[in-house]
Design a protein around this ligand. Structure first.
Ligand SMILES: NC(=O)c1ccc[n+]([C@@H]2O[C@H](COP(=O)([O-])OP(=O)(O)OC[C@H]3O[C@@H](n4cnc5c(N)ncnc54)[C@H](OP(=O)(O)O)[C@@H]3O)[C@@H](O)[C@H]2O)c1
Length: 247
């Protein structure tokens, strides 16, 4: 499905990004992944197999993403698929949230996606596909989630506005909107495996389909959006949430 394509996945060392890297390799793409933690990146790259490129970079730092662009140009020549996936999630209750918490969340989830597209779009040829990772929370009013939801609503909006901006280059931008997915994002410091399993079961009961998603279930949707099978999709949101935001 992706044979001969080159792909970059930000936050490809864990969770949804790593599962997507695995699928894209299987579907024949040449893949590069980014993340901040070098040990985790190298471990992920070696698990993914030979030829996968690991680039340490912070998406919220504009210069880091420009450096990623240079490395991609050197190694791949250009880029056909970009999955802007790196993101953070934490609560920001109105009463207790300080400026540093706001800057970090919006810096990674909003500025990070912007810097990623700003750096990489110029090396993407006509017919390329960009996928943004938003969230079912982009339209939900949950207490303590104001900034996370706002950041993901901004990402949803980018799929529309940046699609329009990149139309002349014939680059499609779409978003994937996962529900609750079993990834390290949901782990709390000091949590035991039993406590985590309990959290996964409890959260699953809040989802109409009856369980949390596996990361690979999101990865499959991303690969569809990355491929020419989705060639008529533009500025759209593909919801993969077990009915969480819809039912
Ligand atoms: N899991 C869910 O239920 C869920 C639901 C809806 C949407 N999402 C979205 O899916 C995306 C991936 O989440 P996940 O659940 O797969 O989380 P995860 O397992 O925690 O993975 C996050 C990835 O992003 C990287 N990352 C974090 N901050 C970064 C930064 N500043 N610069 C570069 N890389 C950074 C992490 O690596 P380093 O820490 O080494 O940088 C890691 O590779 C996020 O955008 C998240 O909001 C997740």
């Amino acid at each position: 499905m992706l044979t001969g394509k080159t792909a970059l996945i930000t936050g490809g060392s864990s969770g949804i990004g790593l599962a997507t890297a695995q699928r894209m390799v299987e579907y024949g793409a040449k893949v590069a992944i980014t993340g901040q933690n070098m040990d985790r990146l190298l471990e992920a790259a070696s698990a993914l197999g030979t030829g996968v490129i690991a680039i340490q970079a912070d998406v919220s730092v504009q210069a880091d993403m420009q450096r990623v662009r240079h490395q991609i140009e050197q190694v791949f020549g250009g880029l056909n698929i970009l999955f802007a996936n790196a993101g953070l999630a934490y609560g920001t209750p109105l009463a207790t949230t300080d400026e540093a918490m706001i800057d970090r969340l919006l810096g990674v989830n909003v500025k990070g996606v912007y810097f990623t597209l700003q750096a990489l779009a110029p090396v993407m040829p006509k017919g390329s596909s960009i996928i943004l990772n938003t969230s079912w929370l982009n339209q939900i009013g949950a207490p303590g989630r104001s900034l996370l939801s706002a950041s993901k609503a901004a990402v949803r909006s980018f799929a529309r506005t940046l699609s329009a901006e990149l139309l002349d280059q014939q680059i499609r931008v779409n978003a994937v909107s996962p529900g609750s997915v079993i990834t390290p994002l949901h782990r709390q410091p000091g949590q035991t495996e039993e406590q985590f399993a309990d959290y996964v079961a409890r959260t699953g009961r809040q989802v109409p389909i009856g369980r949390m998603a596996e990361a690979d279930e999101i990865a499959e949707a991303v690969c569809f959006l990355a491929s020419d099978h989705s060639r008529y999709m533009l500025g759209a949101e593909m919801v993969v949430d077990g009915g969480r935001a819809e039912l």
